[in-house]
Design a protein around this ligand. Structure first.
Ligand code: ADP
Ligand code: MG
Length: 353
């Protein structure tokens, strides 16, 4: 028996009798860890949270929190006896109570159980909701309602907090600030949390581990760095939608060859026999721009991302390659111009499929 804080073992997550995500296994090692679940809409993320909260049953596998089985084929602990707080994706505030009353309901629920480590005033301040406390749910914006439900969940100080796309309606300009504060608060209070999000950067920032759910499976459950740099499947690459897969041939234990790029050296994450025809992952950071290089490709698109540009290049064999360039780079290259790639090409982690 190991001592993981939360264990999900071989669980089929279902709604009614329809299985949505199959044979899921992952764990949260320590109290206070934050993990994030990412996946396309409709894949079953909300179903997973509802099941952990006890709102859906399972008939395969088990869910164990702090050594106690909450759900299995035979066991079903009622939601109110789990000390798990689920903050719903949709606004779940009570319409006939003010925002203040809504938040305090969370505090009342937990008063007898725990000494309050965070006060109502702290939360109001943190989430910047002092202006709306006396309003009713229908009188506030979607983003404000989301922040109020977040306050209500946080004030309960559960053993496990489940947040379903908690910031999806929060304005971009305010989002980063809330993400920073939320992370600090969860860490300070040591609240173990599972956050479902659409936003991979949010997941990479908040989670010590990220789970990627695709095709009815938890495809990868790993450090954010690994999910991004060492994706374990083509599906994960396509979902994160940052790199491109180009055909290449393995020419030595540390090199491969692509028709357009020539020789590429680096360290293979997984080794392949010499001569293997593979798909090589090229991410925007992997290639470097060089105006003086004679290896030049056509620019077909350019996206300005503030601190950088992502140029989309097309090679003579019609391969599309993204290249990131710092936006302070002196020249800006226009669509239809040629764009130089620095040689020799070296990619630290070579990921192939
Ligand atoms: P996600 O949160 O990843 O968007 P959900 O867990 O909400 O996905 O839903 C997974 C799938 O189950 C979707 O195809 C959705 O249409 C379906 N679904 C959701 N709720 C119900 C329900 N109460 N009855 C039947 N099907 C449902
Ligand atoms: Mg959902």
């Amino acid at each position: 028996m190991n001592n993981n804080f939360l264990e999900i073992k071989n669980v089929d997550f279902k709604i009614g009798n329809k299985t949505k995500v199959k044979n899921v296994t992952f764990s949260i090692e320590n109290e206070g860890d934050i993990i994030c679940l990412l996946g396309p809409s409709g894949i079953g993320k909300t179903t997973i949270l509802r099941t952990i909260a006890g709102l859906e049953n399972i008939d395969k596998g088990s869910i164990i929190l702090k050594g106690k089985t909450l759900s299995s084929e035979k066991i079903r602990i009622e939601p109110e006896n789990r000390n798990i707080s689920l903050s719903f994706q949709e606004n779940s505030l009570f319409p006939h109570y003010s925002i203040k009353k809504n938040i305090l309901l969370g505090a009342d629920r937990n008063k007898a159980i725990k000494k309050q480590k965070i006060t109502f005033d702290d939360l109001v301040d943190f989430l910047n909701i002092s202006e709306i406390l006396n309003k009713y749910p229908h009188e506030v914006s979607a983003g404000e309602a989301q922040r109020a439900s977040l306050a209500r969940s946080l004030i309960t100080q559960p053993d496990l907090l489940l947040l379903d796309e908690p910031l999806s309606n929060v304005d971009q300009s305010f989002k980063e600030e809330i993400q920073e504060k939320l992370k600090k608060l969860l860490k300070d209070l040591k609240i173990t949390t599972i956050i479902v999000t659409h936003d991979s950067y949010e997941a990479f920032y908040l989670g010590s581990k990220c789970g990627i759910i695709l095709d009815q499976e938890l495809k990868q459950f790993d450090d954010p760095y690994n999910v991004y740099h060492l994706p374990n499947s083509i599906e994960v690459v396509n979902f994160l939608n940052r790199g491109t897969l180009i055909p290449a041939e393995v020419t030595s234990p540390k090199s491969l060859e692509n028709k357009d790029l020539g020789t590429i050296t680096g360290n293979f994450v997984k080794s392949f026999p010499i001569g293997s025809k593979v798909k090589l992952l090229v991410q925007p950071e992997d290639l470097h721009h060089d105006d003086k290089s004679n290896l030049k490709f056509h620019i077909i698109d350019r996206k300005f991302r503030g601190t950088n540009f992502i140029y989309t290049l097309k090679t003579p064999s019609d391969t599309i390659i993204p290249v990131l360039v710092h936006s302070h780079h002196i020249h800006q290259h226009e669509v239809d111009e040629k764009f130089g790639i620095k040689r020799p090409i070296h990619i630290d982690h070579i990921v192939c499929f």
